[in-house]
Design a protein. Sequence first.
Length: 683
Amino acid sequence: MSVSVVIVSDPGEESRAVDRGTTGLDLFGDDTSVVAMRVNGTTVDLATELADGDRVEPVLATSGEGLAIIRHSAAHVTAQALQELFPQARLGIGPPITDGFYYDFKTDPLGPEDLKAIEKRMQAIIKQRQRFVRRVVTEEQALAEEADEPFKLELIADKGRPGADDGSRVEVGGAELTVYDNVRRDGTVAWKDLCRGPHVPNTGYLKAVALTRTSAAYWRGDQSRDTLQRVYGTAWASREDLKAHQERLAEAARRDHRTLGAELDLFSFPEEIGPGLVLFHPRGGILRHEIESYVIDRHLEAGFDIVHTPEISKGGLFRTSGHLPYYADTMFPPMAVDEGHDADGALTRAGQEYYLKAMNCPMHNLIFRSRGRSYRELPLRLFEMGHDYRYEKSGVVHGLTRMRGFTQDDSHTYCTPEQAGREITDQIAFFLSILEAFGLDDFHLELSTRDEEGPRKDKFIGSDEDWADATRTLERACRATGLQLVPDPGGAAFYGPKVSVQVRDAIGRTWQMSTIQYDFNQPERFGLEYTAPDGSHRRPVMIHSAKLGSVERFIGVLTEHYAGAFPAWLSPVQVVGIPVAGEFNDYLAGVAARLRARGVRVEIDDSDDRMQKKIRNATRQKAPFMLIAGQTDRAAGAVSFRFRDGSQFNGVPVDEAVERIVSHIASRANEDPTAAEQAGTGE
C-alpha cells in the first residue's frame, strides 16, 4: 500500500507516491548533503517514517540548521570517544554553539595529549558509520539507564522545567523523553546518551570534525556546583569548509585586539586592577578621544543634549527603575555608606546602600522629572558618555569586548506617541551613518520581540496593544532602510521590543553594535509626565538607544576590523618622520612642527638605528605615512613619501606633502590613498 507525500525543495515541490513505512533515508538515499528533514514544519531524523499527506523538506548540511545537527552529532561522538578512553568520566551536556560544539564531563583535567587521543578515537568511530538510533523511553526507563550518570539524572528530574538557557533542558512530560543509541553495523550498541536530537543518520556523515581546546566549566553555569571539563570542537559540512574556518581563526588570532593593543602600545589589562578593567595608554587614549569626539559632535548636530550623571547612587533609584531585583546579579554588590558607630565601634545606625551605576537611564529619568515638561519640548533627547559597571563573571570577561567597567554612548529620547515613529526612523539612519563613518558598512538589522508562547511570556510588562504598536513601528522603520531584517522572537528585554544593528567585520564575523529599544516600564515607575496641548498630563514614550554600544568594545572590534592599521584620521600616530642620519633630525623636526600646527599627530624617530630599521619599526606600528629626509631632500626643500603599502615617492615638496597629509586626514577616508593619489596625480 502506498502513501502520498509532498517533497519541498528550492525549485518547488513534487508530489510522490511512496510505500507505507518509507523514511527520509529512503527518499534521499545516500545523499550525505541531506542530514535531516522537516516534516510538516518539524525537524526530525531521516529515519522517521512518513505518513500520508506529509510535507517533507530536506535539511541541507550547509544550512544553519544542518550545521547545528552535524555539530550536535559530533558532540555525541566526542563524548563516546572520551568515555571509551576514560570510562570513569560522567556526562554533562553537549550542545551545538556558533561555529562548533562542546561537551562537559566530570573527569580529571585534560591536556593536549588527551585531546589528540580523543580526536583519534573519534575518527575511528566516524569510520565505523555507527547509526544514531532514536528510542522513546519512559521516565522510569531513563532513570534506570542513566543510573551511573548523576547529571543526566538531574536533567530527568527537572522534567523540562523552563529557565535553563544552557542547553540542558530535557523535554519530558508533555513531550517525549528520548535516548539515542550509537549502533554498530552488527547491531550492537556502542554507546548511548539521553538527548532530544535530531542527529545525522550515522557517524559517516561527519566529514570534517576537529577538537579545538578544553576549559573548566561549572555544571549548569553555577559556581557553587561541580567543576567540569569542557571539550570544545568544530564541525563543518566539508573538509574545505573546515579548512576555511581554521584559516579564519588564524586570521582572527592575528587580529586579536589584546595582542595588537600590546604591540601598538594602545591599552593593557594589568592583573593589579582586576579582570574586566582596562588601562588606555597615551596612543590608545588618542584613539579613544578621536572616536568619542566624533560621536559627541554627531549627537550635537543631530539635536541631542549632553548630560552627565554620577557613577554611584542610592540603591533606591534602581528599585524605582525596576533594575533591582531584575539585574541584581549583574550589578556590583552594594556598599554601606554613612554607618553609625559608638565609641566602642559597635554599629548604631545601618548604612545607606549605594550601588555602582550599571545603566544610565534611571538618572536620565530624574533629569526629565526635575521640572515640568511641555509637549513643546518634545522630543527631548538626552545623551551621555556614561561610565557604567557590571559584575560579569571573571570567566567570561574578554579584553575590551566583555568588560566590568565600560562607557556607553547612551541616549534616552522622550517623545509623544505621535513622534515615536519618526524618531525611530531617524535614529536608525543616524546609527548607520555613524557606523559607516568608521568604515563598518556591512550590516543587517535584528528585531527582538517578546516571547508570545514560551516560558518567558509572563515576564514582559506593558499591554498587548503597546507591544503590538511598538513592534509595528520598529518593523516599519527597519523596512524603510532596505536592509535585511532578521526576526528574534523572545529576544526582547522585559520592558520593550528592540532593534539591533548586526555588523560584519573584515573577516566576516558578526558583532552587535547599535541598539534602539522601547521602554514601557520606566515612564510609569518614575511618574514621568508632560503637559499636552489640551492641558492634560500624559506619559511620554521613552526610547533607549546606543550607537557604538560600549566605547571600549567598539575599539576592540575596530582594532580587529582594521588589524590595527587604523584609517589615518583615527591613527594614534599619523606620520612618522625618519631622518636618514642624525644631521637631518632638525630638518624633519621643522616639517613635523608644520604638521602639528595643522593638527597632525607626528613622531620623529631620532634614534641611532639605521634607516631601514626605523622604517621596519614604523611599519610594525602601522603608521599611515612616513616622511624620509636625507641630503637631497633637504637641499630641495622636499621629503620622500612612504606609504603603508610600501610604495614610495621621492622629492615631494614639503608644502605639497603637508597639504596631501592634511587633506587626506580631513576627508576622514577609511582607506589609504590610492596609487594615483599617492603619486599626487589625483586621477
